[in-house]
Design a binder for this molecule. Structure first.
Ligand code: NIG
Ligand code: FE
Length: 391
């Protein structure tokens, strides 16, 4: 059994209740972390650190759990830069461009799709992401959804079947038939590669009855529920997610008091995706309202070629602090422990004995710098399962 000591940590974010000087981040100062067999074996004051086979000197920098990006659409081909430019010139975002990406994705080879997922996952990792959820949703045929998930499963345990992203053009005049396809042969082909099922419940995508039917079919074969909800306008998506015991409802941009009340009394996480509001020039979700109501909030990138083509969790943290009035501590918690809660995982998003040794060493003395120095590459080194990742 080989051991590794990450030593001389100026500020350690543990996200562990009762750790160090407490607070939601469980901050410790002058700390060390011992890693054995890819797991955290010990956390404590640097002066008490046990001996280890190898040592990484953090040189007084801040160390955090790796980011948990609980919402990403990485299996696609092509990009939609022209659509972005048109939006910046005043065009609205409607989700209509999804079909453009569906066409490009269907035409791509497995290896082309795989290369894109590999590139984006590596890009995310360089920015501190050690756990990432990956959705299908740009195939929308039985074969293309199944291969999207098969490829996603090569890169992550958290794969999500999003066959109900939009109704594809060939079913435009018979959406009931498409819902039947999603619940029948498509789900059967996708389920062996999926942990989760998701639906885009929104005007122009799937209404609440279709969404409920699809999510219930997924639950019946053992998939956990997540929902794209209340992104473009108010609607029933958030309450549907809560009703079905979803792990997370995502976007939450347009919420009523009833939505917030439903969330605050439930274990469902509200995942906010400020990269989408940035890239669609939309109003940001009201994070303070959710936090003040006691809702668990996560932050994720929504990385996709249409509404949010960023893989950067530090960018999302900075947006959440500047534009959504989250404190830096709330934003960092939401991007790490919050993401883990949204994926119902207790092995990531925290640094305590028994957790996975997924961590990042910053080129900065404090986690505060993630919001204070936006756009600066502050991630010096990333360890995943205790293994230093190549830059
Ligand atoms: O989460 N809203 C639905 N799906 C994606 C956008 C997909 C696209 O525009 O290609 C989202 O924002
Ligand atoms: Fe999304």
């Amino acid at each position: 059994m080989s051991s590794l000591l990450v030593d001389n940590i100026g500020e350690l974010v543990t996200n562990s209740v009762g750790a160090g000087d407490g607070g939601p981040l469980g901050l410790r100062h002058d700390a060390a972390v011992l890693v054995e067999d890819g797991l955290v074996a010990w956390v404590g004051p640097a002066r008490d650190a046990p001996a280890a086979d190898r040592r990484i000197d953090a040189e007084g920098a801040a160390v955090l759990p790796g980011f948990v990006d609980s919402h990403a659409h990485l299996v696609f081909a092509g990009d939609r830069a022209a659509e972005f430019a048109a939006r910046m010139a005043g065009e609205p975002y409607t989700g209509g461009g999804i079909r453009t990406t569906v066409g490009a994705t269907r035409a791509a080879s497995d290896d082309e799709l795989r290369a894109t997922v590999r590139r984006l996952r590596a890009e995310a990792m360089r920015q501190g992401t050690t756990t990432i959820e990956i959705k299908s949703g740009y195939g929308l045929t039985v074969a293309d959804e199944a291969r999207s998930l098969r490829i996603a499963a090569e890169f992550t345990e958290d794969t999500t079947f999003l066959g109900a992203h939009v109704v594809p053009a060939e079913y435009a005049d018979r959406p009931d038939d498409y819902v039947g396809l999603v619940c029948g042969p498509m789900l059967a082909a996708a389920a062996p590669y999926a942990r989760w099922i998701d639906v885009f419940c929104e005007r122009g995508a799937f209404d609440v009855d279709h969404a409920r039917a699809i999510l219930a079919c997924g639950q019946a074969v053992g998939l956990g529920v997540r929902v794209h909800a209340n992104q473009l306008g108010p609607g029933p998506g958030v309450r549907l997610g809560v009703e079905l015991g979803a792990a997370s409802v995502d976007h939450c941009t347009h919420l009523t008091d009833a939505d917030v009340d439903a969330l605050s009394g439930s274990p469902t996480v509200a995942t906010l995706l400020p990269g989408a509001e940035f890239s669609t020039r939309s109003p940001y979700p009201d994070a303070r309202r959710l936090l003040d109501a006691g809702v668990t909030v996560a932050l994720a990138t929504d990385c996709n070629p249409g509404s949010s083509y960023t893989s950067s969790m530090p960018f999302c943290v900075a947006l959440a602090v500047r534009e959504m009035r989250m404190t830096p501590a709330e934003a960092v918690w939401a991007a790490t422990a919050g993401g883990a809660a949204a994926l119902r995982r207790s092995d990531v998003g925290r640094l305590a004995r028994g957790a996975r040794a997924d961590l990042m060493i910053l080129d900065a003395p404090s986690y505060l710098h993630l919001a204070y120095r936006p756009g600066v590459p502050l991630i010096r080194q990333v360890l995943r399962n205790g293994v230093p990742q190549c830059r």
